[in-house]
Design a protein around this ligand. Structure first.
Ligand SMILES: *[C@@H]1O[C@H](CO)[C@@H](O)[C@H](O)[C@H]1NC(C)=O
Ligand SMILES: *[C@@H]1O[C@H](CO)[C@@H](O)[C@H](O)[C@H]1NC(C)=O
Ligand SMILES: *[C@@H]1O[C@H](CO)[C@@H](O)[C@H](O)[C@H]1NC(C)=O
Ligand SMILES: *[C@@H]1O[C@H](CO)[C@@H](O)[C@H](O)[C@H]1NC(C)=O
Ligand SMILES: *[C@@H]1O[C@H](CO)[C@@H](O)[C@H](O)[C@H]1NC(C)=O
Ligand SMILES: *[C@@H]1O[C@H](CO)[C@@H](O)[C@H](O)[C@H]1NC(C)=O
Ligand SMILES: *[C@@H]1O[C@H](CO)[C@@H](O)[C@H](O)[C@H]1NC(C)=O
Ligand SMILES: *[C@@H]1O[C@H](CO)[C@@H](O)[C@H](O)[C@H]1NC(C)=O
Length: 476
């Protein structure tokens, strides 16, 4: 008996270890996936959302109504205050903070070295931490042009600091698994850094069209009829829709929950879904479909609804695309799950929300579009790779499919632009030249004051801020 329990304990430890090692991301329903981070010396452990929709590492530095966990910079011996105020605006919420730099490391990523990086210490926020009792900040993973903004300063990103330290490009992969059981709405996933990737594996790549957010070519978002065999053909790509989908931008954003679509595309897809649900005698109110309200049932639901197909431009050729087939399990999102069969009194309740929303002109593939897949963000290679995952829903990928004409011109896609780093450098050169001319003019005009001007260092930081003002395109 003793032996048996020792064996049980042993096996349990191994399983627990495997699982603990495996999942390093988790989050409550409706909140994105959070990762543990160590900041400063001695390290303070906090949770940050992994966000491919922004660039800056931003951390709460004051106690809030919903949580008194925050970074205490006074306790870190390695923190360096830059004396600059920075701010950011998200599609929902804003914050203002102080720019510092400090050492950052991730307890679950033992192969990733500790690096010093810029951190925005949030001192004031509006509608930002609202649902954030499980996390204290954001780990932005996008490109520099969409970083936090401050006068006379460029806020560096953790990924750039890491690349500089390692002196080589790095890529990262998100494996988002969704919930693990029908009775617990907490979701889990894995965040991994990679520098090489087996070339032969079955991966579908879409080009990053512009390196600000992760901007990709979304060619169509439609429902798949389960009765048909999924034989795609060119009729899947509808010119009007694909122009609409990419009119402003289409981004892959792990910090957003839903799949956000331009209004008219949303309407088409949801109308079809609603009909399909009616046809299978699933009576769901319009408030659920069109107004983001939750629908609740006494038992967990197995949805017999069509899958959502998302067609993405392929790196293979300009006339080639592949299709993500997102099952209903993803977009009928569990928001709460309570099994009270055993308890007396309260009833069991399983609530869902639609994982699609109308978003004006832009398209956002939130984490609802990534669950059940492994998504590799190759920043330097300029592509995002998608492959099926061994966890989560049965999301499929099919393709590649070819059409006879160019998808970029059919859908009026942005042509991939030269590297951001290059354009920032170029902008700095131009500004440098301008300021030299300006200084010359000033010297000429203020000849008596020459000495004063020459001993003062040139306002270097100002050049940077000007170039950034030209390049930063804040989310409207
Ligand atoms: C955050 O909470 C507010 C109020 O409780 C709610 O209206 C909003 O939908 C929530 N946002 C998310 C992303 O869950
Ligand atoms: C920071 O320092 C204060 C005072 O020394 C201490 O009370 C507090 O627990 C420390 N906080 C952390 C996170 O170490
Ligand atoms: C779900 O599971 C996690 C960890 O296993 C636990 O901390 C959490 O309380 C559970 N949530 C519910 C609603 O049971
Ligand atoms: C699916 O099939 C039904 C009936 O055959 C049809 O009315 C509907 O338009 C089809 N939907 C799609 C997305 O092809
Ligand atoms: C769908 O595919 C299956 C096997 O792959 C085949 O047996 C069946 O005839 C196909 N149905 C149609 C409508 O093409
Ligand atoms: C809820 O709990 C009851 C009693 O423990 C169990 O029989 C039932 O399978 C549970 N339901 C789900 C969906 O797990
Ligand atoms: C990133 O892309 C480049 C060019 O396509 C490739 O050489 C490199 O191996 C890729 N890195 C990863 C981790 O896949
Ligand atoms: C699609 O086009 C590419 C390049 O033009 C070609 O290499 C590939 O074989 C084509 N695939 C199919 C399925 O026709």
């Amino acid at each position: 008996m003793l032996y048996l329990s020792i064996i049980y304990v042993f096996v349990f430890c191994i399983i627990a270890k495997v699982f603990c090692d495996e999942f390093n991301l988790s989050g409550d329903a409706g909140q994105a996936y959070a990762l543990k981070i160590n900041i400063g010396h001695p390290p303070q452990t906090l949770s940050v959302l992994v966000d491919t929709g922004s660039t800056t590492l931003a951390i709460a530095s004051y106690p809030r109504k919903e949580s008194n966990i925050y970074f205490q910079s006074g306790n870190s011996s390695s923190v360096y205050h830059k004396g600059k105020e920075v701010q950011a605006k998200y599609s929902q919420g804003t914050w203002v903070g102080q720019l510092v730099s400090d050492f950052v490391q991730f307890p679950s990523l033992s192969n990733v070295p500790e690096v010093r990086t810029d951190i925005a210490l949030i001192t004031k926020s509006h509608k930002f931490f609202m649902n954030g009792s499980g996390w204290q900040g954001l780990l932005g993973l996008a490109y520099l042009p969409v970083g936090a903004w401050g006068e006379n300063v460029i806020v560096g990103s953790w990924l750039d600091s890491l690349e500089k330290y390692l002196d080589k490009p790095v890529s990262f992969e998100l494996k988002l698994c969704g919930t693990l059981s029908q009775t617990n709405s907490t979701h889990y996933g894995v965040f991994k850094m990679l520098d090489t990737f087996p070339e032969e594996s079955n991966i579908f790549k879409t080009p990053i069209l512009q390196k600000r957010w992760y901007e990709v070519g979304v060619l169509s978002v439609r429902l798949l009829n389960s009765s048909e065999n999924n034989s795609s053909d060119s009729s899947d790509i509808n010119k009007d829709n694909c122009v609409k989908l990419n009119e402003e931008k289409s981004i892959v954003d792990s910090g957003t929950t839903n799949i956000r679509l331009p209004d008219s595309v949303f309407r088409q897809v949801v109308d079809q879904l609603r009909h399909s649900a009616q046809a299978s005698n699933n009576l769901i109110l319009d408030e659920f479909w069109y107004h983001g309200e939750a629908g609740c049932w006494p038992e967990p639901q197995d949805w017999s609804l069509p899958s959502l197909a998302i067609d993405l431009l392929s790196t293979e050729a300009d006339n080639s695309y592949f299709t993500l087939e997102i099952p209903a399990q993803n977009f009928m999102r569990v928001v709460s799950a309570h099994n009270n069969s055993r308890g007396s009194g309260s009833v069991s309740e399983f609530c869902y929300k639609l994982g699609l929303e109308a978003g004006g002109k832009e398209t956002v593939l939130g984490y609802t579009a990534m669950e059940g897949l492994q998504v590799l963000f190759n920043r330097s290679g300029g592509w995002i790779g998608w492959r099926p995952s061994d966890c989560g829903s049965k999301t499929k990928i099919t393709g590649p499919f070819n059409i006879s004409s160019s998808l970029s011109s059919l859908c009026q896609l942005t042509k991939p632009v030269p590297d951001v780093a290059e354009s920032i450098k170029a902008a700095q050169w131009i500004l440098c030249a301008i300021s030299i001319i300006a200084v010359a003019v000033v010297i000429y005009l203020l000849a008596p004051g020459i000495k004063v001007l020459l001993i003062r260092p040139l306002p270097r930081s100002q050049q940077i801020s000007l170039s950034q003002a030209a390049l930063v395109q804040q989310e409207t």
